[in-house]
Design a binder for this molecule. Sequence first.
Ligand code: FES
Length: 143
Amino acid sequence: MLYSEKVMDHFQNPRNVGKIDDADGVGEVGNAKCGDIMRMYLKIDDNGIITDVKFNTFGCGSAIATSSMATEMIKGKSVDEALTLSNKAVVEALDGLPAHKIHCSVLAEEAVKAAVKDYYDKKGIAYDEELFKGIDSCESCHD
Ligand code: FES
């Protein structure tokens, strides 16, 4: 079978789909390969812990599955930990993706990072720009 059971499960029953109206950080990124977009919303408490996370996407099934898994992996974690989440870790947690769908998993990682960056910007928290280098946020693709 092309897709693992975990991928099928997260695709058919995606966790944390939706929007957080009073989010502390919102990230929107586009996938340079296919043009699909993803939006990620984070609710972050005073200790920097992600208490809630939601996403919505125009991405494909693999993007939905990886984002769903990514939201589960960062919920309850600190912002710093969320920044270390790699698309590779998400793909591994899903028991793999076909090689030509790996690029879809990048959307989830980048959307989390873009949302954290937005949170830092809103709160006036200083950060190292290097952390967010190469993130294809939609603002930059509209330029
Ligand atoms: Fe665009 Fe998968 S084909 S995110």
